[in-house]
Design a protein. Structure first.
Length: 289
């Protein structure tokens, strides 16, 4: 009987502690780690969510850019942060899926070191060329690249990321020989695409659509199964040249492992509220997500 009373007292204490923990969260500003430079596609997504999340949680939400190694630097930072819910990570397919598949000595484990909270968006990419490339369609670009083996460069946000692997998929499907130029993030790669230092790139729809409409890049195809509303006149890769070709990237929110379940649940609920807002839905749709 004494043992039973002890267990009941302990259980009640734990339940009370959890309730107090949930009520106290958040008790200070929330840091959102983005493992890529400001100005890239993940940055646009982070800014949209952070503004809305701040209103729901009642605490400042601060973006912290930890660029490097295809998002690995940011992931390490979050992995080592106190698991109290005040440090979260907005990550993408490259950080959480591709990196663990490519590197045998990755300093983090997606499954062991993080708690997934929400998938916030899925979006295809657009295949782009510098406007000076004499190709108005994907097939014309394929002919152009085939006539210049090894002379066409494509940029990416870094080795092993989605912007690297999608062109590699394209090369495999077409037999083209293009040279990969990795950058420290999407923004500098995209700058060099517009400047002509690289001729080809796979980029997220928001960035692609904005600069395609300004004539600073030319979108030849999108990697989704269907055409994207942000680029309605641009065909899919499958439609333009390669049947069955399809690729997407997703973004999601993660916490460091060990965060209390009640804190994770409160943050998840806050994100659900944000994602249900009509303005957020529309802005994500405008971003091609």
């Amino acid at each position: 009987m004494k043992l039973l009373r002890t267990w009941i007292t302990l259980a009640a204490g734990l339940a009370l502690s959890a309730a107090v923990h949930a009520q106290a969260f958040p008790s200070k500003p929330i840091r959102v780690v983005v493992g890529f430079p400001a100005g890239g596609p993940l940055d646009q997504h982070a800014r949209l969510l952070s503004d809305k999340l701040q209103a729901v949680l009642g605490q400042p939400v601060v973006l912290d850019y930890k660029a490097g190694a295809g998002g690995t630097v940011g992931a390490q930072d979050v992995m080592k942060a106190p698991p109290d819910g005040h440090t979260i990570m907005l990550a993408n397919t490259g950080v959480m899926v591709i990196n663990p598949g490519l590197y045998s000595r990755l300093p983090y484990s997606t499954l062991k070191d993080f708690v997934p909270i929400a998938r916030t968006a899925m979006q295809p990419l657009a295949l782009l060329v510098n406007p000076n490339v004499p190709a108005k369609s994907l097939k014309e670009f394929m002919d152009y690249a085939r006539a210049k083996p090894g002379q066409v460069n494509f940029g990416s946000a870094g080795n092993g990321g989605i912007s690297h692997l999608v062109p590699e998929m394209f090369k495999t499907a077409t037999g083209l020989f293009m040279v990969h130029i990795p950058y420290r993030g999407s923004a500098p790669a995209f700058t060099d695409l517009m400047g002509g230092q690289v001729q080809f790139m796979a980029e997220s729809i928001p960035q692609a659509a904005a600069y395609h409409k300004q004539g600073k890049v030319r979108a030849l195809a999108v990697t989704s199964k269907e055409r994207n509303p942000a680029l309605p006149d641009v065909p899919t890769v499958a439609e333009a040249a390669i049947p069955g070709y399809e690729a997407y990237e997703w973004n999601g929110v993660f916490l460091p492992a060990g965060v209390p379940a009640d804190v994770a649940a409160k943050l998840q609920q806050a994100l659900q509220e944000v994602m249900k807002e009509d303005e957020v839905k529309q802005r994500l749709a405008d971003l091609g997500a």
